[in-house]
Ligand binder design. Structure first.
Ligand SMILES: NC(=O)CC[C@H](N)C(=O)O
Length: 485
């Protein structure tokens, strides 16, 4: 039977995903058949799997680190929040509908079954499964019926390593407190602790390490330094607008409204990392800076986000931006907002009804129960045919005259179909394709179209792969891994 190890965190964002990804790479380098697994994920950044389902993006890049294609069993339960209290529940890659938090609690026994089935399937074909927890196991109020942390670990007897984030402070309290919140049998599964995101002189940490080991009886297996500029898909939280380098003065100014239900904001990673782009995420209510290019992002709840956009004063801003010759892109939910109308007759995303769109492109979108989930490739139709690839995740179906000037041509099996639209004046481009900026030629073309005539060609996929290697090197150097699997 395959080995297993679970990485749990003392908090959200402690670095569980990166540690699991690094361990996947390290294990794969040593020739093991390793697979990532996250029983339950809450995220609006999802990826399309080879088996045509949907999982969290973090599991998809961890699969890349493991050297295998992403599949739905790697993240059997994905919760996509679409209101403050509810989420679309994806099980084995497929939407089962919306549930509020209380209803989900009752649904958990079914979700648990799905989790255990997926785990067994992965184990049967792997030498090692590396499991990622969610949030922290110290949420004692969520412990009953838990499938995300200790509920899973105890069900399958999986050893656990706890990752604590020293960057946010209070690391010893995090470790001590988390262990204190666990039951005896859960604590027994914890093999050790990793202190993550450390900056500074590790010798100064030594007395603290000895103290925490004496207090808890658990070894500190390593202190992982803070690694800047890792370009790995974020699980959920909106990242800082840029990496550590400031943008040059003549950078292309790109503004993205940080909508409350923004989805797949990983679309913007290549722009955040691009040396000639000054990308800004602007939260609703914050002043909107001048821009060369505005991109309306994907959204899990398009009518609600359009409402927020209007409340935030973006509608007159966008019209002015266009009057002054600015460029505008809409991706997926952003495409839908650009049209004349958004229709949700079945109340799939919000209360059933119709909302007028921004009316900048002549089409209407209707939300339908079938979810389009596909990885595809083709060409971007801007001054020629530029290779592009990406993925679609949406329930909306868009129709109207504006689509007769498509932005892309994409392959679906043996079929080729037009996608999206370019406005008659050439200022607005709309597409359903997520990940358009990941393709180096398409990214370069779009940046030139938006006004950066000397835009460089940057390969984001290569940068992601390089980040995985760096991360694996750092973790291998700083963590004692012997005996963990
Ligand atoms: N990814 C998206 O932006 C999805 C848009 C919209 N929520 C739909 O399902 O059609």
């Amino acid at each position: 039977m395959a080995g297993m190890l679970m990485i749990q965190g003392t908090s959200s964002d402690s670095g569980k995903s990166t540690v699991v990804g690094a361990l996947c790479r390290i294990a794969a380098r040593s020739g093991l058949r390793v697979a990532p697994f996250k029983p339950q994920n809450m995220s609006l950044n999802s990826a399309v799997t080879v088996d045509g389902g949907e999982i969290g993006r973090a599991q998809a890049w961890q699969a890349l680190a493991a050297g295998i294609p992403p599949e739905v069993d790697m993240n059997p339960v994905l919760l996509k929040p679409n209101s403050d209290i509810g989420a679309q529940v994806i099980v084995h890659g497929r939407s089962t509908g919306n549930l509020d938090a209380r209803a989900y609690h009752h649904y958990k026994p079914i979700a648990r079954q799905a989790v255990l089935e997926s785990f067994e399937r992965l184990r049967a074909k792997s030498d090692l499964v590396l499991v990622e927890g969610a949030g922290s196991p110290a949420e004692v109020n969520l412990r009953e019926g838990d499938i995300a942390n200790m509920g899973f670990a105890t069900a399958v007897g999986c050893p656990v390593v706890l990752v604590a984030d020293i960057d946010r402070g209070g690391v010893f309290a995090q470790i001590l407190g988390t262990l204190a919140c666990l039951a005896e049998d859960e604590r027994a599964l914890v093999k050790g602790v990793v202190i993550n995101k450390f900056r500074g002189d590790v010798s100064l940490l030594q007395p603290g390490i000895e103290w925490i080991e004496a207090q808890t009886g658990k070894p500190v297996l390593g202190v992982v330094p803070f690694v800047p500029n890792l370009w790995l898909d974020a699980e959920d939280a909106l990242p800082k607008s840029r990496g550590s380098q400031p943008a040059p003065d003549d950078a292309l100014r790109v503004v993205v409204p940080a909508l409350p239900r923004i989805s797949n904001h990983t679309d913007f990673d290549p722009l955040r990392a691009h040396p000639q782009v000054d990308l800004r995420f602007v939260r609703m209510g914050d002043p909107i800076p001048a821009a060369d290019l505005v991109v309306l992002p994907g959204s899990k709840s398009v009518q609600c986000d359009l409402h927020s956009l209007r409340q935030g004063g973006w509608e007159p801003y966008l019209r002015k931006h266009l009057r002054y010759g600015g460029k505008l892109i809409g991706i997926c939910g952003g495409l839908q907002m650009l049209g004349r109308e958004l229709r949700d007759p079945l109340g799939i995303e919000s209360d059933a009804g119709t909302t007028p769109g921004l009316g900048l492109l002549d089409f209407v979108t209707t939300l339908e129960p079938h979810k389009q989930l596909v990885n595809t490739a083709g060409s971007l139709l801007l001054g020629g045919e530029v290779p592009v690839r990406g993925y679609e995740i949406h329930m909306g179906v868009t129709e109207g005259p504006a689509l007769s000037r498509p932005a892309l041509r994409l392959r679906y099996g043996n079929d080729t179909r037009a996608d999206g639209a370019v406005s008659g004046d050439g200022q607005i481009l709309a597409t359903y394709l997520h990940g358009v900026f990941d393709s180096p030629d398409a990214c370069e073309t779009l940046l030139r179209w938006a006004g950066k005539n000397d835009a460089l060609r940057v390969d984001h996929d290569a940068r992601r792969l390089a980040s995985i290697e760096t991360l694996a090197d750092v973790v291998a150097r700083h963590v004692r891994l012997d005996g963990l699997w």
